[in-house]
Every structure is written in C-alpha cells, then in structure tokens.
Ligand binder design. Structure first.
Ligand code: ADP
Ligand code: TYD
Length: 238
C-alpha cells in the first residue's frame, strides 16, 4: 500500500481555509479517493478539550493567564495526539489527509505572534512530531484587513448566537459551547507579525508551501480560488 498524501491549509483567521478544505475534500472524494479531514487544535477527544481551553476568550478569566510557552506546548500536545490517532494511521492506509492548520500555524502564531521565535517551534516539531512534514501546504493569503474583518464578523455572529444559551459567561463547564474568540481579540500588530511569518515560511520552503494570493487583481471568489487549488493539487496526486 503506497503512503497517502498529507496536505495542510494555512493562513490567517478568516482567510478561507475551512471553506476551501471542505470543497477540496468533496472534489477528491468524488474522484474516488479516500479523504480524512481534521483541524488543529482539535479532532481527537483530547484535542477537542485542548481546543476549548486554547480558543475560548473566557479561558483566562476562568483559569488565569495562559503563558506563551504553555500555549505553544498545548498546541503541540494536541498535534502529537492527532498524529498518533489520525494522521499517521490514515497515511499508512493510503488516504489523503487534509488538515486545517499544522506546525506552520505554531511558527506563525506562537513563534512570530507571541514572539517565541521560529527555532523553538521547529525544535518542538522535531521532538514532538518526529518532524512529520506535509507533502503540500496551501497558504491562503487574502489582504490582512479582509481576513480579519471576515473572522471577526464570523465570531461575533457565533458569540451572539451562543450568548442566548450561556448563563455563566466566565466559567467553562464542559456542556457549554466555546466562543473561540481568544485569538481574534489580539492586536493588529500581532496579526501583521503572523502575516509576515507566513511569507517567510513560504519563501523558505517553496516546494512544500504554495501561496494562493488573493489580492485586488483577478477573480478572488470562493469558486475561483477552489479551481486554483485544484490545479495546484492535481499534479501532486499519485
Ligand atoms: P478560515 O477557516 O480561514 O477562518 P473560513 O473558510 O471560515 O476561513 O471563511 C471565513 C469567512 O469568509 C466565511 O464567512 C466564508 O464564507 C468567507 N469567505 C471565504 N473565502 C472567501 C472568498 N474568497 N471571498 C469572500 N468571502 C470568503
Ligand atoms: P481556527 O478556528 O482553526 O482558525 P480560523 O479562525 O482560521 O478558522 O482557530 C484556531 C486558532 O488557533 C487560530 O486563531 C490560530 C490558533 N493556532 C495557534 O495559535 N497555533 C497553532 O499551532 C494552531 C494549530 C492554531
């Protein structure tokens, strides 16, 4: 059985990763391939717990400040579990694995956003993930302002829909849905550092990381980007 293909989606919050990953999964499945989709943090039982802690804006009022190193370590704990439970077995079974965020997110958000530095992230990746690298990374790069506006709109809608059911906003009981707003509250400078880090990663690893720029020139509709992604993925399929 040939090893499967490991494809990751990267980009700022609101850059369209989830939308495009769903569409690529549907296209690959309709062409008869077995696709396993996951997101980070999350997708395992442990990872979903970690996701709730890491992304909920109420975490810090419930648990106290989460230090940048602790945040990094939790992201990697989530990743190690996903590799063991989902990614490695799926690749060994010959599936195409689609993952919404992976170690590039840690390098961009914790390495650059939280200013822990790339070297520390890459060392963690070697130690905790056995250096498992994606075969292909699709980096979606709309202009910074457009991505943030989309993510903030989406999260406000989500938070508003949940606030009708949440009775204790500062606690995190397991039964309560999370608001996933912790990162979206960060400053524009934080996101500018992340944007720059993604560009550096793409320049450093041009064979693995393909950038889908989304600027004012050309058609940047969801449909047009989907077709650009198919054209980039098709040559990598076995
Ligand atoms: P991400 O997973 O990167 O946060 P999503 O796929 O959830 O991004 O998209 C965020 C929002 O932006 C959604 O409302 C989605 O419909 C919208 N969106 C995604 N891609 C585009 C695009 N190319 N043009 C306009 N809106 C888009
Ligand atoms: P998610 O809902 O996947 O992102 P998006 O808003 O793009 O749909 O949320 C994941 C958040 O976690 C996002 O803000 C980026 C952050 N993150 C890190 O900071 N480091 C990491 O290693 C990963 C995987 C995610």
């Amino acid at each position: 059985m040939p090893r499967g293909i490991f494809i990751t989606f990267e980009g700022l919050d609101g850059s369209g990763k989830t939308t495009q990953m769903r569409r690529l999964a549907a296209w690959l499945t309709s062409s008869g391939r077995t696709v396993v989709s996951l997101r980070q943090p999350g997708s395992t039982a442990l990872g979903d717990r970690l996701r709730a802690v890491l992304l909920d804006s109420r975490s810090e009022s419930a648990l106290g400040p989460i230090s940048p190193l602790s945040e990094m370590a939790l992201m990697f704990a989530d990743r190690a579990q996903a590799i063991a439970e989902i990614i490695q077995p799926a690749l060994e079974a010959g599936s195409i694995v689609l993952c919404d965020r992976y170690t590039d997110s840690s390098e961009a958000y914790q390495g650059a956003g939280r200013q822990l530095g790339s070297l520390r992230i890459l060392a963690m990746h070697a130690a905790v993930c056995n250096n498992l690298q994606p075969d292909l990374t699709l980096l979606l790069l709309p202009p910074l302002e457009a991505a943030l506006a989309r993510a903030r709109r989406r999260n406000h809608r989500y938070a508003a829909s949940q606030s009708q059911t949440a009775s204790q906003p500062d606690s995190l009981p397991e039964s309560q849905p999370t608001d996933e707003n912790r990162f979206e509250r960060e400053s524009d400078d934080f996101y500018a550092r992340i944007h720059a880090a993604y560009l550096e990663i793409a320049a450093r690893e041009p064979h693995r990381v393909l950038t889908i720029a989304n600027d004012d020139s050309g058609d940047n509709s969801i449909d047009a980007i989907e077709l650009r992604i198919r054209a980039l993925v098709a040559p990598r399929l076995i």
